[in-house]
Ligand binder design. Structure first.
Ligand SMILES: Cc1cc2nc3c(=O)[nH]c(=O)nc-3n(C[C@H](O)[C@H](O)[C@H](O)COP(=O)(O)O)c2cc1C
Length: 393
């Protein structure tokens, strides 16, 4: 059989502490520390422990040239069997088609190997960000300071303050007022439906193609209101709509050229539950009228930036631009917005049928009406929004 190593693979030596009765009975602390090797192969999406024979074989097999397995030693044959089962080595035959296809998909998308690995292994399944802050006693800024000590200084001094060139301050314009009224919203009024026209206006401003340039029959570049690395605009908007007049609550994909909603199959759980899981149980975000999953199509971006060290960074930066355009557009329309990257990618990938190799779940933005009462803290020290003093952080 012809075999080759999967395309991208990092091996991590890791110490694992395990309960050990013998150590406890001998008067020790009941823990045994052992050294283990873990394979991080992004086409599989989950880390896999390997033993020393498997690790050695992974170092011998080429990821590009096929090797005839009959050339391997008897010792290596046992390890090969395990590695084929685990998908770290792929076989050319029919039996190994499914795992080989995952590897081939990864090869075809042109990820930079380190970016692919970080992307694959920083995804969450069922994280609860709220419980995490409770567990660590870091729910408020005061508690953060208490638990973590003082943070690095809030504004950096470089050099002699006497040498500073102090810049003139300008009179505030309407644009400054708009910027001042932008604040992350954690208090949505879920009872008040968002008018259809306002929803459509925001989607058009932030996510639609304003125009396009056709290079050839099959190659088109879009112009949008936010910048995009290479002009490729790889980030798609997938929606969880919960409170828009005239739109059935559910999952949608937004078509940026047609300026249209594409209804998607209902999720496998109630919509509100998916919304909560999506934002890692941050209830202050989960009842936004519209939640927008920013889902990059990495295959489009990396079509140009092949195996490029900066390509993933460019996509992440682009999400920030879209988010700021959304914040400002929402603020201008009298609405409120947020962004979070504390998201459970895995249920989102399942709900929206996204393959994390070629696309992915990067961040969630939300928008809608701000409520009347600040139940969850918002940062508004000058009272621009709430016209009240900010409660203690
Ligand atoms: C990339 C990014 C991720 C964020 N994630 C969260 C989050 O998970 N939960 C949250 O409550 N706020 C989140 N925020 C909002 C910040 O907490 C907020 O921007 C910050 O406190 C400053 O407040 P302001 O946006 O009102 O100026 C995030 C902001 C950014 C830019």
């Amino acid at each position: 059989m012809r075999v080759r190593r999967c395309k991208v693979l990092y091996l991590e030596p890791r110490e694992k502490a395990e309960f050990d009765l013998e150590s406890l009975l001998a008067g020790g602390n009941g823990m045994r520390h052992g050294q283990h090797w873990f394979a991080l192969a992004p086409h599989l999406g989950e880390e896999i422990e390997v033993d020393s024979a498997e690790r050695d074989l992974l170092g011998i097999l080429s990821p590009d040239e096929w090797t005839d397995s009959r050339q391997l030693s008897d010792d290596a044959s046992a390890a090969l069997k395990c590695l084929l089962k685990k998908g770290l080595v792929v076989g050319a035959g029919k039996r190994h088609a499914a795992l080989r296809e995952r590897d081939e998909t990864l090869r075809s998308v042109y990820w930079h190997p380190l970016s692919a690995t970080a992307h694959a292994f920083t995804r969450w399944h069922d994280a609860d960000a709220v419980q995490a802050t409770k567990n660590t006693g870091t729910e408020t800024a005061g508690e953060l300071r208490e638990v973590l000590g003082a943070p690095p200084v809030e504004a950096l001094d470089r050099g002699d303050s006497g040498q500073r060139i102090v810049l003139p301050r300008t009179a505030r314009t309407d644009f400054d007022q708009l910027l001042a009224r932008r604040a992350t919203c954690r208090n949505f009024d879920a009872e008040k439906p968002l008018p259809y026209a306002l929803f459509a206006q925001l989607m058009e401003r932030v996510f639609s193609a304003q125009s396009h340039v056709r290079v050839s029959d099959d190659t088109v570049f879009l112009k949008k209101t936010s910048p995009s690395g290479g002009g490729l605009h790889p980030i798609e908007a997938y929606l969880i709509v919960q409170g828009v007049e005239g739109v059935v609550p559910g999952l949608y994909h937004y078509h940026s050229i047609a300026h249209a909603l594409e209804p998607l199959p209902a999720p496998d759980r109630p919509l509100q539950e998916l919304a909560m899981a999506a934002v890692a149980e941050q209830h202050w975000f989960a009842n936004a009228h519209v939640m927008v999953l920013l889902a990059p199509r990495y295959d489009r971006s990396f079509w140009k930036y092949r195996n490029h060290a900066k390509a993933h960074r460019a996509v992440i930066l682009e999400a920030g631009h879209l988010s700021q355009t959304l914040y400002l557009s929402a603020t201008e329309a009298g609405l409120a917005a947020y962004i979070t990257c504390a998201i459970n990618e895995v249920p989102l990938e399942q709900a929206f049928a996204l393959d994390p190799i070629s696309s992915g779940a990067l961040a969630i933005c939300g928008f809608g009406w701000r409520g009347e009462e600040m139940v969850t803290m918002e940062l508004d020290p000058d009272g621009e929004i709430w016209h009240t003093e900010t409660p203690t952080l």
